[in-house]
Design a protein around this ligand. Structure first.
Ligand SMILES: [Zn+2]
Length: 239
């Protein structure tokens, strides 16, 4: 098994931005590198979260399923999560999360953080990206059709990563979090939340490994750094 809190990633956010995400590798290959993570499937089909070694997919039609290990991912970040610091909090919101993480891990903002939040969510807003309409459709266009959802007063878990500024061609800079309700029936890409009875756990990621695609699409086009504002609009917190 790989070392704990070592981040392993398949493909690049730049590839999603350019729509080079119709194909990829089986989930099974990624589960060999981590038991917690997030990402999407081939053709940007929904939101994926991996918790305790189990992968779930949420699709834009509202369905949920446990992913078979043969399913193909086009972008995934995973780690064998082993929290090194944790704190119990009465309340936590997406606005206060960075402050809490900075308190837990001072002077580490040029590292990644792995973040897990178990809580009672007073409210949570999320989105689920739909499948590409055509091969090569980019992230900005796809997320214009995203399904927005919310729920109130439920227990659940958020898992994700903070990615430092210099990774903007590789990852979603800042916080990128997915969540799963306790009953696993609801989940998605987190846009905002307010939580109570919070258990916040984290770890600093000091090693980062990226597996580049070997797909036909990836070879077909020069991959360039994506526009930051476009990524923030497609993936970031509402401003
Ligand atoms: Zn996401």
């Amino acid at each position: 098994m790989a070392a704990p809190n070592h981040l392993y990633q398949y493909s690049l956010i730049s590839c999603l931005a350019q729509g080079l995400c119709g194909d990829g590798i089986p989930i099974s290959q990624m589960l060999a590198h981590g038991d917690h993570g997030l990402g999407t499937l081939a053709s940007l089909d929904g939101e994926v979260i991996i918790i305790n070694g189990k992968a779930f997919q949420y699709t834009s039609d509202g369905s949920t399923r446990v992913l078979a290990h043969s399913e193909i991912t086009a972008f995934l970040m995973v780690t064998f999560f082993q929290p090194t610091r944790s704190v119990q909090l009465r309340t936590l919101t997406h606005h206060t999360l960075m402050d809490e993480m900075s308190t837990l891990f001072p002077s580490t903002s040029n590292h990644f953080w792995a973040i897990k939040i178990d809580a009672h969510f007073e409210r949570i807003e999320y989105r689920v990206a739909p499948r590409q309409n055509y091969r090569g459709e980019g992230l900005a266009e796809v997320t214009k059709r995203q399904r927005l959802g919310s729920f109130t007063q439920r227990r659940g878990t958020i898992f994700g990563f903070y990615s430092p500024c210099f990774t903007s061609a590789f990852s979603v800079v800042g916080l990128h979090l997915h969540f799963i309700a306790e009953d696993t029936k609801v989940g998605g890409h987190v846009l905002g939340f307010k939580a109570q009875e919070v258990s916040l756990q984290g770890a600093v990621v000091k090693e980062y490994q990226v597996q580049l695609p070997e797909t036909e699409e990836f070879q077909s086009e020069l991959v360039v750094e994506p526009d930051r504002d476009m990524i923030m609009t497609a993936e970031g917190w509402p401003r």
